[in-house]
Design a protein around this ligand. Structure first.
Ligand code: ADP
Length: 383
């Protein structure tokens, strides 16, 4: 094999940043994108525009790829099995990926592995949600469609039975969970290769606003060393037991037991580069994107250690600022250490259009700089 061809399904910003990580390695990169305007389609040289739900399109795309991987979890499992039967190398494979595609499957498997999760079960209708609430300590409860959710879409908080009707309208099974009274949200990011080599990034704190990731702090401030090691170990175990190849993000809730003992519960899994790992592009010796590529190609993995004491990533959401580029002048002049990553997406209110990263020794300063740049680019502050 000369330089291999990696085919990524999806043309979003994750594909764009994975492409970027492959350039210095000379890896040839091909994407299957919904439209020519998608974030990655604007910059990748080898773009197929087509529908990932169509098996013939997937087959034609996979021809000539040494490995297929993903920027999202939505490709039907049956199609991936068909590709594997054709001899296509799919990483992560469908048996692993189903745990990131279906929250019900994920919860069942994690329970078998003894991984701590919120109290949960599949519910049949609003009356059943009330029965579940009785089992789980009462309303409010969290309802989730098992498939198709992202950025908080597909997640509802039901405070009463009258509130519980909406999720059932999608015609997809609904998972009920106790509403966890968490201290904060964390993420444990690991990467695993087919050889079974694995690396763990520092556990991060992820701050969500309106169901969307807003800020990520690496490492999670004040996280006790034992809990951090436990979270990393848990993520490595999940990656191994589920046969994950590539990047795995384990989204976690940090909780306190009645006696004050800290603990963690798993919220969900993502088997691809993840927003909670964007900080690694500037803040770690090897980024999540570079390590995802190495893993799917079964190359030795790169050093996951941080480059600075603190790294903060803040997402840039679309706002009212008429010209984000004009905002660069102020942001760059104010903070020469600022790293800006824009995704080439149309600016729509609330949409993730980029992120910024800062790093250094003083957490308060690093946080303030990232927050300022993200807010200024969005246009919510003007100085
Ligand atoms: P998505 O698939 O949209 O990312 P998640 O399952 O991660 O959905 O839920 C989105 C957000 O909703 C979480 O980041 C968390 O803030 C909140 N959430 C989800 N499940 C629970 C729960 N069981 N208890 C409390 N909050 C929850």
């Amino acid at each position: 094999m000369t330089f291999p061809v990696v085919g990524m399904i999806g043309g979003g910003q994750l594909a764009r940043m994975t492409h970027e990580a492959g350039i210095p390695l000379g890896i040839r990169f091909r994407i299957l994108s919904d439209t020519p305007q998608d974030s990655a389609a604007q910059v990748v040289g080898d773009v197929t525009v087509g529908d990932y739900r169509d098996l013939d399109t997937l087959r034609a795309f996979a021809r000539g790829c040494d490995v297929i991987t993903f920027d999202h979890e939505h490709v039907p499992a049956a199609h991936l099995r068909a590709l594997e039967a054709d001899g296509v190398v799919v990483r992560p494979g469908p048996d692993a990926l189903r745990h990131a595609q279906d929250k019900g499957v994920m919860r069942t498997r994690l329970a078998e592995l003894g991984v701590p999760c919120p109290v949960n079960r599949i519910v049949a209708d609003p009356a059943d949600v009330t029965r579940f609430a009785g089992e789980a300590g009462g309303y409010p409860v969290v309802l989730k469609t098992v498939r198709g959710g992202y950025d908080g879409k597909g997640v509802w908080i039901a405070r009463s039975e009258a509130d519980a009707a909406e999720p059932f309208k999608a015609g997809v099974p609904v998972l009920a969970e106790e509403k966890v009274d968490f201290v904060r949200e964390l993420a444990a990011n690991v990467v695993r290769s087919p050889h079974g080599q694995a690396v763990a990034y520092p556990v991060v704190e992820s701050v969500q606003v309106d169901g969307v990731c807003d800020t990520v702090i690496a490492p999670a401030p004040g996280l006790p060393e034992e809990l951090s090691a436990k979270a990393q170990q848990l993520a490595l175990t999940v990656a191994r037991e589920l046969g994950v190849v590539g990047h795995l993000a384990v989204e976690l809730f940090e909780v306190r037991a009645a006696d004050g003992t800290p603990g963690i519960l798993v919220n969900e899994l993502a088997m691809r580069p993840h927003n909670s790992g964007h900080w690694t592009m500037d803040g770690a010796a090897t980024s999540q994107f570079a390590n995802h590529l190495r893993a799917v190609l079964d190359l030795p993995l790169g050093d996951p250690r941080p480059r600075a004491r603190w790294t903060v990533m803040a997402n840039v959401l679309g706002g009212d600022f008429p010209d984000m580029y004009a905002a660069y002048l102020h942001c760059m002049a104010r903070d020469p250490g600022l790293k800006i990553h824009m995704y080439g997406k149309d600016v729509k209110p609330g949409r993730k259009v980029g992120h910024v990263t800062t790093y250094g020794d003083d957490l308060a300063d690093v946080r303030e700089r990232a927050r300022h740049a993200a807010d200024y680019l969005r246009g919510t502050i003007d100085e």
